[in-house]
Ligand binder design. Structure first.
Ligand SMILES: NC(=O)c1ccc[n+]([C@@H]2O[C@H](COP(=O)([O-])OP(=O)(O)OC[C@H]3O[C@@H](n4cnc5c(N)ncnc54)[C@H](OP(=O)(O)O)[C@@H]3O)[C@@H](O)[C@H]2O)c1
Length: 515
């Protein structure tokens, strides 16, 4: 049974001052129900994140984990599944005493999403856990299921009284991406979800916001005096936000086809990165103030007038990647050979406000590109006048601040420096901050942070209804344009995307970075 300490195994600091933000934030009595517990996300990310939180002493002693799935499993089979997932994928070392405590609160409920008896059994299980584990009725429901089932699961939670917050207990819904397929479907889903849950009970996952490097955008901008004075149209030439993957679609044809790169990545991750990079300083770091600034800047985003010239969707063809020959998207197993789904998307956006007028934000994402990398590059204008010879500065690019989101997390500042020697030759050099070198703590996984925040009711890192709808409003015309205008062009696997995307920047006298 649960240990008498007031946190998970490792114990809490009795001198803890709740106002001290340096001390760990520990979840109160609670449990987590995962729907779709046999799925890829649950196995690779969610179950390991729960264990890692327990191992770090951030869960309450009676913390409970309920799996809901179709398999004919007993509680022990589920516990074995979690055990295997944790052993394979958790970030922190396996400790038997943590595990033994965690399994006390593990339960499994078998059923499909339209099975009323299974939801009744879930209700009974929660009641039993409240008594046995002291969860106090506080439960989060994590919908790690195919998006078409989001409405059904939410409605079942309502029908069986599982969303009711009785006697001071809380109930929360955690909804995976994609949140809708376009603006209309996102609004429909929002309407269904909010019929059951109040806005402060809903946590929409954009796992990028759980990354340390993404939260660091705010620290970099607003905890320093160095950057903010030049973070505007007077000094910034343009911004490039890239999320590149070197892998293809792998076994995810069923999920990916019909969705594509723009919906899968630009609508959520890249527009959130844009919002954090471009927004004004919030009045505070509470969820309302942050959401207000992100919403304001997303509302000021404008599409190019000519979508044919200012956006590119494309598909990977076969090619060479990492010394291996790889097949094209249309040859992948499970993909319709006539599919028009994009595996690459690049867009040029404007932000119509005083800070950013005239500064393009170029966003791109793609599969089977040269390298796996996510970064935000703020590229500065050239010096207005150069006293140096043109030939002496030939190798000088533009100053840039690059936030390396993943891998190799850190920040790079690129600037010109004199080459040692007798002439005044200037060349690009860089100054680097790397997380691994500056901090001894390793970064938690995004899902650890996000699950903990859900249990704490801290909504800072979760996009709100308005942000999701504004993002679809930006993306919908692009999708409609490409839907009408035939097949997307192709690019060879292992390259940095289609020539059309290079031409898009060349027309502006710029080029994409090769990270
Ligand atoms: N995988 C990722 O890396 C990733 C990344 C970001 C977001 N997401 C999102 O996370 C969610 C889960 O993704 P996933 O990759 O884990 O999907 P998945 O591997 O296809 O798993 C889906 C889960 O839903 C269950 N399920 C499907 N139909 C069901 C039904 N009719 N009744 C009961 N259970 C049913 C499956 O159970 P069975 O085993 O019984 O089929 C399985 O547990 C999706 O919304 C996805 O878009 C995933």
């Amino acid at each position: 049974m649960a240990s008498p300490s007031d946190t998970f195994v490792t114990g809490a600091n009795p001198l803890r001052d709740p106002a001290d933000r340096r001390l760990p934030r520990i979840a109160g009595p609670s449990g987590l129900v995962i729907f779709g517990v046999t799925g890829d996300l649950s196995r690779k990310k969610l179950m390991p994140a729960v264990y890692d939180l327990a191992n770090r002493g951030l869960l309450p002693p009676g913390f409970s984990l309920v799996g809901f799935a179709r398999r004919e499993w007993q509680h022990e089979d589920f516990a074995q599944e979690v055990h295997d997932a944790v052993k394979e994928h958790s970030r922190t070392p396996f400790r038997e005493e943590v595990w033994q405590q965690l399994i006390q609160g593990m339960r499994f409920v078998q059923g499909t999403f339209d099975d009323d008896a299974a939801f009744e059994q879930l209700r009974d299980t929660i009641k039993e856990l409240d008594e046995a584990q002291g969860t106090g009725g506080n439960f989060a429901f994590y919908l790690s299921v195919p998006p078409k089932f989001f409405p059904k699961v939410v409605q079942q939670l309502k029908k069986h009284g599982l969303a009711d917050q009785a006697d001071g207990a809380w109930r929360r819904a955690v909804i995976e991406k994609p949140f809708g397929h376009d603006l209309v479907s996102a609004k429909e889903l929002n309407a269904i979800v909010h019929e059951v849950f109040a806005p402060d009970q809903v946590f929409r996952i954009d796992h990028y916001l759980g990354k340390e490097t993404v939260q660091n955008i705010l620290a970099l901008r607003f905890a320093n005096t160095l950057f903010e004075p030049i973070w505007n149209r007077s000094y910034v030439d343009h911004v490039q936000i890239t999320m590149a993957e070197d892998i293809g679609i792998g076994g995810r044809a069923g999920y990916y086809d019909g969705i594509g790169a723009a919906r899968d990545v630009i609508q959520n991750h890249l527009l959130q990165l844009l919002a954090l990079t471009a927004m004004e300083e919030p009045a505070s770091f509470d969820a309302d103030a942050l959401a207000a600034e992100k919403t304001k800047v997303l509302g000021a985003v404008r599409l190019p007038e000519d979508l044919g010239k200012g956006t590119v969707l494309a598909q990977y063809a076969g090619g060479w990647q990492g010394g291996e020959k790889v097949i094209g998207y249309l040859q992948e197993e499970g993909i319709d050979p006539h599919s028009k789904t994009d595996t690459y998307a690049a867009v040029k956006l404007r932000i119509d406000n005083r800070r950013w007028a005239g500064v393009p934000f170029y966003l791109r994402t793609g599969k089977r590109l040269g390298r796996r990398v996510t970064e935000i590059a703020v590229v500065f204008q050239r010096a207005p006048h150069s006293p140096f010879d043109h030939t002496a500065t030939e190798e000088l690019g533009q100053n840039a601040l690059v936030i390396r989101v993943q891998p190799d997390e850190g920040v790079t500042l690129r600037f010109g420096s004199k080459v040692p020697g007798t002439s005044m030759e200037v060349r690009d050099v860089s100054m680097d901050f790397a997380y691994g070198e500056s901090f001894t703590e390793s970064s938690p996984e995004a899902y650890e942070r996000l699950i903990l925040d859900v249990l704490l009711g801290d909504a800072n890192l979760f996009p709100r209804t308005e942000e999701v709808e504004l993002s679809w409003k930006i993306l919908d015309p692009i999708e409609q344009y490409w839907e009408k205008n035939g097949k997307p062009p192709q690019y060879s696997a292992g390259t940095w995307g289609p020539v059309e995307a290079d031409e898009m920047l060349e027309r502006d006298g710029r080029s994409w970075r090769r990270p």
